[in-house]
Design a protein around this ligand. Structure first.
Ligand SMILES: Nc1ncnc2c1ncn2[C@@H]1O[C@H](COP(=O)(O)OP(=O)(O)OP(=O)(O)O)[C@@H](O)[C@H]1O
Ligand SMILES: [Mg+2]
Length: 215
């Protein structure tokens, strides 16, 4: 991704900060007005949680755009991936205590983007698998049962502005920028059926495999 989208992120971050703060204040006020046990409380709490996530994401992008440096904190990758578990998304973790040094807000968006893409392409199911590889690497594989990606298209998809569905074509460019800034790799791998993206990141500490995996 060239500097343009990062610059755009900084502009958006700057412009969204005040309305976002107002929305968070409003939602906090609403939470205080509701009695304990009010059935609307979980919804308000969910809105507050999501607004908080947007706020942290904006801070991360603004800092990254300004300094070119990422926030580096221990991120439990297994826990982060398990947040995506749903009726249509399975998360299979075959290593324990798997942390990376990075920015959890940005990494969460990486997997959200890949899942959103799979679903937008028509996938019904997404399978995420996290495993420990040799050399202190963690590998995340995101498979889907959608139409897949023609081999000759795969490499170009990471270029900003490339969309085959009339969208902005920024998702994979953001994914690549984020993963590269974390010192990792992302690639689209060919499969006989369905889409597959693979991400490799350095583990913070030597991960302990839960059980031996087939090569
Ligand atoms: N899992 C997938 N299955 C099939 N095609 C995919 C998959 N993931 C990405 N693609 C293709 O890659 C293109 C680029 O993806 P990218 O996320 O960069 O942009 P987009 O989804 O089109 O737009 P945006 O993310 O900005 O809304 C998509 O338009 C789609 O054609
Ligand atoms: Mg996308």
């Amino acid at each position: 991704m060239n500097g343009q989208p990062v610059h755009l992120a900084a502009v958006l971050g700057h412009e969204l900060r005040n309305p976002l703060a107002a929305a968070m204040t409003g939602a906090s006020l609403l939470r205080e007005l509701l009695d304990t046990g009010d059935p609307r409380l979980p919804t308000v709490a969910g809105v507050l949680r999501d607004l908080g996530r947007i706020d942290r994401l904006l801070t991360s992008w603004l800092d990254f755009a300004r300094t070119g440096q990422l926030r580096r904190e221990p991120v439990d990758l297994a826990a982060l991936l398990r947040e995506f578990t749903s009726a249509t998304v399975t998360v299979d973790v075959v290593a324990d205590d798997v942390s990376v040094a990075g920015d959890g807000s940005l990494l969460r968006r990486v997997f959200a983007n890949l899942i959103e893409n799979a679903q937008a392409a028509g996938a019904h199911n997404v399978q995420i698998r996290l495993e420990a590889r040799s050399g202190g690497l963690l590998r995340v594989r995101i498979d889907d049962d959608g139409p897949g990606i023609p081999t000759d298209r795969a490499a170009g998809l990471f270029t900003a502005g490339v969309s085959h569905r009339g969208s902005t074509g920024l998702g994979l460019a953001i994914v690549q920028t984020t993963i590269t800034a974390h010192g990792g790799f992302v690639r689209c791998e060919p499969r006989p059926r369905g889409g597959r993206f693979v991400i490799e990141l350095a583990a913070l500490a030597a991960p302990a495999p839960v059980h031996a995996t087939m090569a």
